[in-house]
Write a protein that binds this ligand. Sequence first.
Ligand SMILES: Nc1ncccc1[N+](=O)[O-]
Length: 242
Amino acid sequence: MRLDVVTIFPDYLAPLRLSLVGKAVAAGIVDLRVHDLREWTHDKHRTVDDTPAGGGPGMVMRPEPWGEALDTLAPPGGPQPRLVVPTPAGVPFTQALADEYAAEPWLLFACGRYEGIDQRVIDHAGQRMRVDEVSIGDYVLAGGEAAALVIIEAVVRLLPGVLGNPESLTEESHTGGLLEYPVYTKPAHWRGLDVPPVLLSGHHGRIARWRRDQALRRTARRRPDLLARLPAEALDARDREV
Ligand SMILES: Nc1ncccc1[N+](=O)[O-]
C-alpha cells in the first residue's frame, strides 16, 4: 500500500516511523510518503491560509497549494488515490471503513489545520478521485494530523504480514459488532484479585461462553447503540438470556 500524507506539520507524523506502522514501512508493506504542503506555496511567507469568505473567526486553508500538491502527487490521467480528509464534519471512521481502506492500493491523507480546507479542494479532487471526509470522533482537534495517525494505525495493522498473530484480528472489539471481553493473564492472584476461575478451568466451551457473556454485558452497558445495531441472527437464544 502507498500512503501519502500532506500536512503543514510533517514532524507530527514522525510516530509513523515507530512501532507497528514503522515495521510495516521498513518491511516495504507500506510505502509511506509525508509531504509538507508548503512545498507548493510560492510566496515569501509560504502562505497556506486566508480569512474565511463570508467572514467569521479563524482562517481557512487556501485551495491553490492543495490543488498543486494533488496534481504533483496524483497527476490527472494517472492512477488516482483514495483521498481521506480527516474533519470533525466527516462521516464516522469505523472498523468497517478501516477494513475498506486496508484493501485500497493507495491512500492520500489531506491534513487540514485552522478552520479547515477550502471546500473547492475536495470538490475538485472529487472530479478525478474518490474522496472521503472522515471523523474519528465528536470533538474538535487543532488539525487532521492526529486523526490521520489514528486512521493509519487502524488500517495498517490489518494489512497481511503486519500483525505477528493475525488471529487476534478475529476476536477484538468491534469485530462481530460487540466490545471485547475483559482479558487476564498471570498471576492467578494479584493484590487480592483473582483471575475468573473459568479461565483456568481448561474447559474451552465454558471459556468461550463466559467470554461471549462478558462481551454482551459490556456492550449492553457501555455501547447499547452497538447492541441495537446487531442483526437479529447475530444473537442466539442463549445470548438473549444474558
Ligand atoms: N475531530 C477532528 N477535529 C479536527 C480535525 C479532524 C478531526 N477528525 O475527527 O478527523
